[in-house]
Design a protein around this ligand. Structure first.
Ligand code: PLP
Length: 370
């Protein structure tokens, strides 16, 4: 069997360090925030080439608190894309602002700057470009549009730790960024975790308050805050993993390169890494009009695959009330029907990939000749 991800392989490669870090936290009893979280935040901010990182309880909270820190609330509109994990849109809903969608560029699966510009109204307050699958959105035109209209840009970098755009790291281009440390992400906690990254002292101060009941000092509640702190144990585990994140990212990139080489000339529609970007391959996503059959055939051969994501936000029952109709975001809708994620994780071997590539190439041939 070739698994889609293998979290055990990573854990066992650093088990002694992780176990020691967890035990140390248990001894210290610094269970929520605390010194390990503070150390991790420093390392992670530096990794993003930025000033501040604030650990929170998950990636969704990171997006939510970043929007609140930027002053987003009822009466505002925030623009994001339909082809994403639902959390990108949900974070807008939590603030009371209105979710506005714009379509993606089908080559990169990220926000189309022209569609973004067309979606702006006098009520627009912020934009959430999503660095989907590990490749950053087209940030130069997005930042230019934002500047022209005075909008806040929040990067949804939940899948893009270490990704780059013109040499600039994810988390250092927008005004704020939200990261997730969900176990399956490129940098995963031993449970839930997330972080807001920013260069703004004021945004950082507000996020620190908002995650901890809106208080700058105990019981002095300045803002209406939340309990969204990162746990000490997660900080300790993430701090250990910071030593390896670059190595793991390069292993993912090498695995993606091997897939690219194996699929060269086969007609399989492989992911496109844009020239000015460092793709960190959270997912390796191909596309096919016969996805259901391909997935079934691959499953029969013991090859696990995933679909990210089958339904665009505007077609989800939960977001019916946004009032969008099928056909409004054709690139997102088509991607939802065709994308297929192949096994991808740092420890994936060339032999396993050869097996995957052989099976996928055979399916592609049957497609061409049918
Ligand atoms: C995982 C993810 C999130 C949410 O992160 P959680 O830690 O699961 O809350 C948000 N946006 C995208 C694109 C994601 O992949």
């Amino acid at each position: 069997m070739i698994p889609f991800v293998d979290l055990k392989a990573q854990y066992h490669s650093i088990k002694e360090e992780v176990d020691a870090a967890v035990l140390k936290t248990l001894e210290s009893c610094a269970f929520t925030l605390g010194p390990e979280v503070a150390d991790f935040e420093k390392l992670f901010a530096a990794y993003c080439n930025n000033t501040h990182a604030m650990g929170v309880n998950n990636g969704t909270s990171a997006l939510h608190l970043a929007l609140l820190a930027a002053g987003v609330g009822p009466g505002d509109e925030v623009i994001t894309v339909p082809h994403t994990f639902v959390a990108s849109a949900a974070s807008i809903y939590y603030t009371g602002a209105k979710i506005v969608l714009c379509d993606i560029d089908p080559a990169t699966y990220t926000m189309d700057p022209a569609a973004l510009e067309a979606a702006i109204t006098p009520r627009t307050k912020a934009i959430i470009p999503v660095h989907l699958y590990g490749q950053m959105a087209d940030m130069d035109p997005i930042m230019k549009i934002a500047e022209k209209h005075g909008l806040v840009v929040l990067e949804d970098a939940a899948q893009a730790h270490g990704a780059e755009y013109n040499g600039r790291r994810a988390g250092s281009v927008g005004h704020l960024a939200g990261f997730s440390f969900y176990p399956g992400k490129n940098l995963g906690a031993a449970g839930e975790g997330g972080a807001v990254v920013t260069s703004s002292d004021e945004y950082a101060r507000r996020v620190k308050m908002l995650r901890d009941w809106g208080a700058e000092r105990k019981y002095e509640h300045v803002l209406k805050g939340y309990n969204m702190r990162l746990e000490g144990m997660q900080g300790a585990v993430l701090k250990v993993k910071m030593k390896y994140i670059e190595q793991w990212t390069e292993m993912r990139r090498a695995a993606a390169k091997r897939y690219d080489d194996m699929f060269a000339g086969t007609g399989v529609q492989t992911p496109k890494q844009m020239e000015n970007r460092r793709h960190v391959y959270h997912l390796y996503v191909i596309r096919t009009p016969e996805r259901a059959r391909w997935q079934e055939e691959l499953t029969k051969k013991g090859i696990q695959t995933g679909i990210h994501y089958p339904y665009p936000v505007h077609l989800l029952p939960a977001y019916e009330d946004l009032g969008y109709k099928e056909g409004q975001f054709p690139h997102s809708e088509k991607a939802g029907k065709e994308v297929l994620s192949l096994p991808m994780y740092p420890e994936l071997t060339g032999d396993m990939q050869a097996e995957v590539a052989e099976a996928v190439t055979a399916l592609q041939k049957s497609l061409v000749h049918s």
